[in-house]
Every structure is written in C-alpha cells, then in structure tokens.
Design a protein around this ligand. Structure first.
Ligand code: PLP
Length: 406
C-alpha cells in the first residue's frame, strides 16, 4: 500500500514556489478530472495549455506504453527513430529544416537565444549581442529567459542578470524600432502573449518586426511555447499571421502532457550550433519522441484545426452570454482555444478569486495575470463539456457577484 498524501503534505514537503489548489487531482480522462474525494471537474485549464488531446488519450497511452517496452533513454551519444520521426514531421509541417529537442519551453527559448548570440558573434562580431523583447512577455524561468521576459517581478531577485536585453511595449512598433539596430542579434516575441494576459499581437506589429529584423540582420524568434501545436486553430500561430520567423520554439502541447520542448530553425542558422556548443541529457529521448510524434500526427489534421476554430466560437458565444447577464468582463479576446476574459473595473485584480470560485463549482480555469481569466482546454473538448463547464463557470461568477468585491 502506498502512503496516502494530502494537500497539507505539500506545505510540509515542498519548496513553496507554488500555491496549488486545495483539492488534489487523482485521475482524469478526456476533459474531465476527479480529485481525491471523487469530485468531478471539467478541465478548461488543460494543464496550462499542455493537455491538447485531453487526459489519458488512448492513442497517446498506446504510443507511450509501446515505447516504454522498447527503449526509454540512451543519452545524446546515440540517436533514436521516434525523435527522428518527430523531427521529420515538424520540419515537413513548418518553415524549419532542423530541430533541437529539450524538455521544456524555457530550455527551447534558452537554445534559441544562445543560437542567436552565436550566429551573430560568428558572422559579425562580439558587439552584435543585443536582444529585444517585450513588456509582460513570458519566456520561462531560467536566468536568461526570465531576463528576456518582460516581468521584472520574476527576475529582479536573481540579479545580476544577463546583459544587453531591452524591452519595448508589446504591439508598439515605433518603440521597438527605436531599440532594434545593427547591434541587435535577436527579437523574441510571443505571437499571442499568454501569461501576460492572452493578448494577440497585431498583424502590423509582427510584420514590422520581420522587416526590422531583416534590415538589421537580427533573428526573429517566435516563442510559440503556448500558441503552438494547434492552439490557435493553425498548427503554429505564425501561419495565422502569415509572418515567418527565423527560429520558433515549441513545448507545452507538443507532448500532450509528456515533457518535451523543441527549437526549430533553418539550415543556414542551425550550422552555428556545431558539436559540443549546446546540449541536454534528456533532450530528444525516445519516450518523448514517441508521444509527441503521436500528438503531432493527431493534431496536424485539417478537421482537428477547424474544430479548434469551431470551439473558439462555442466559448466566445457562451462567455458573451454570461457577460451580458453579469457584466463581469470588459473584453473577451484570444485566438482559437487560448481565450482570455479581462475582468471589468469593478473586479480588477481578482482573477484568482474567480478561479477558486470556479473550482468550487467543478470547473478548472486559469489566470493570466491578476486581471484575466484564461481558458486553454483540450483541442478535442466536446460541445457538451464546453456547455456544462460554462454553466459551472457562470454559477461561479454569480457566487463572486453575491460575495461582493473583496
Ligand atoms: C509556459 C511558457 C514558457 C515556459 O515553458 P516551461 O515549459 O514552463 O519552461 C515559455 N514561453 C511561453 C510563451 C510560455 O507560455
């Protein structure tokens, strides 16, 4: 018998970097999850935009189990067929010719930023090292990526930080153009800021960044860790915008819940990372390759991607109806199944309280900053689950309203 564990044990045992929900998830299937007490939740959080095919998808279980009986890990002194098949699928489906695999979004961005610095240093000189990023951006929690991120609260405690990184306001091309010059090696941007509030870039902004990068021979890096793998209704958000980056990072949904990240780029840039310049022990392991290969195969289908756009409409209509009755949101925004509800001024700063009320009613939702309630469900969630989850969410909003602004 295994020892039973409770939420209190988290406080006793764990470094307190998180404040998890009071309930402890125990099992899940599709877009439904049950806690230790057997209470059911509809999952609109999707493990933070990760469980793109829901929980315990039979085809992913089969891919994982089949690979688990065959080969788990060899290290980078050897390659393996599952990861090569995944690289083939990703490069066939995107602008990229080459892939580098790692285990998380932060590591994918770390690789992208290191690639940009090395390309610039090799080809131009050490002075070409500037990185331009954006306010409220989120790129991960390593020291380099937290410095590129645009939320000083996440980096200031860890100074001294890597240098030559500057930030412009998001969607402000004029401000960006004042920072991007011949000493810039890369511009890193999320096509839709996820953690920063589910804020889509404008087409003109991304097009303008593309032109500025071309003019100054800087690499345009799209951080698609949250927007990638079908989330926006296209395989990658760059396809939605029609603006092609030089480097793309992808993680979260790529493994459907199994940890994997990837940096994708072109041949002419990939050559800079010669043997020994970068690496990771687990990156490109066969288990992750097998699962992500199946995820990509199932998601990169016209019907699946069209289904994401259809589901966007279900959410948007449902949330608008809730808002018409209750007036809790000032804006409903986002692409595909990455949707943010900006709280109206009376409820400003209380997104967390809405997620707690939602959990009480049996629906899991996310925040994106203090002001935005975020939805990032599985891409295959059923119409009935969307409707039931939104009914629960509506009751949660009513409860908040009755409880009054606190
Ligand atoms: C989640 C996220 C990351 C970090 O990914 P980890 O797997 O947590 O390291 C980076 N960029 C964006 C846009 C993200 O949403």
């Amino acid at each position: 018998m295994q020892q039973s564990m409770s939420r209190q044990d988290f406080d006793r045992l764990m470094v307190p970097t998180y404040a998890p929900a009071t309930f402890v998830p125990d099992r899940a299937a599709g877009s439904r999850l049950w806690d230790q007490a057997g209470k059911e939740y509809i999952d609109f959080a999707g493990g933070i935009a990760v469980n793109a095919l829901g929980h315990a998808h039979p085809a992913l279980q089969a891919a994982l189990q089949e690979q688990a009986t065959r080969l788990w890990h060899t290290g980078n002194g050897y390659t393996n067929a599952p990861i090569l098949r995944l690289a083939q699928a990703l490069t066939d489906a995107t602008f990229a010719d080459k892939a580098f695999f790692c285990n998380s979004g932060a590591e994918a961005n770390e690789a992208a930023l290191k690639l940009a610095r090395k390309v610039a240093h090799d080809r131009v000189g050490m002075h070409k090292s500037g990185i331009v990023a954006f306010s409220n951006a989120f790129h991960g929690r390593t020291l380099f990526t937290v410095s590129a991120g645009g939320q000083p609260a996440y980096s200031k405690d860890f100074a001294p930080l890597p240098g030559a990184i500057s930030h412009a306001p998001f969607n402000d091309l004029t401000a960006a153009s004042q920072l991007i010059d011949d000493s810039t090696c890369a511009v890193i941007v999320e096509p839709v800021q996820g953690e920063g509030g589910v804020l889509p870039a404008t087409q003109a902004f991304l097009q303008g960044l593309r032109a500025l990068c071309d003019k100054h021979q800087a690499l345009l890096i799209f951080d698609e860790v949250q927007t990638g793998v079908g989330r926006t209704g296209e395989l990658y958000a760059y396809m939605h915008y029609g603006v092609t980056p030089d480097v793309l990072t992808t993680a979260k949904a790529l493994g459907g819940g199994f940890p994997i990240g990837a940096m994708l780029t072109r041949d002419d840039l990939a050559t800079a990372l010669v043997v020994g310049t970068h690496g990771t022990t687990y990156g490109g392991n066969p288990l992750a390759g097998a699962v992500a290969g199946k995820v990509l195969e199932l998601i990169n289908q016209p019907a699946m991607l069209a289904g994401v756009k259809q589901r966007h409409e279900w959410f948007k209509e449902g949330l608008q109806a809730i808002n018409q009755r209750l007036g809790v949101f000032s804006e409903i925004r986002g692409l595909g199944l990455l949707i943010g509800c900006v709280l109206s001024p009376a409820w400003a700063g209380q997104a967390k309280a809405f997620t707690l009320a939602a959990a009480e009613e049996g629906v899991m939702v996310l925040i994106a900053g203090a002001n935005v309630v975020r939805f990032a469900p599985a891409l295959n969630i059923s119409e009935q689950e969307v409707a039931e989850g939104l009914r629960r969410f509506e009751r949660a909003c009513e409860n908040r309203l009755e409880g009054g602004a606190s």
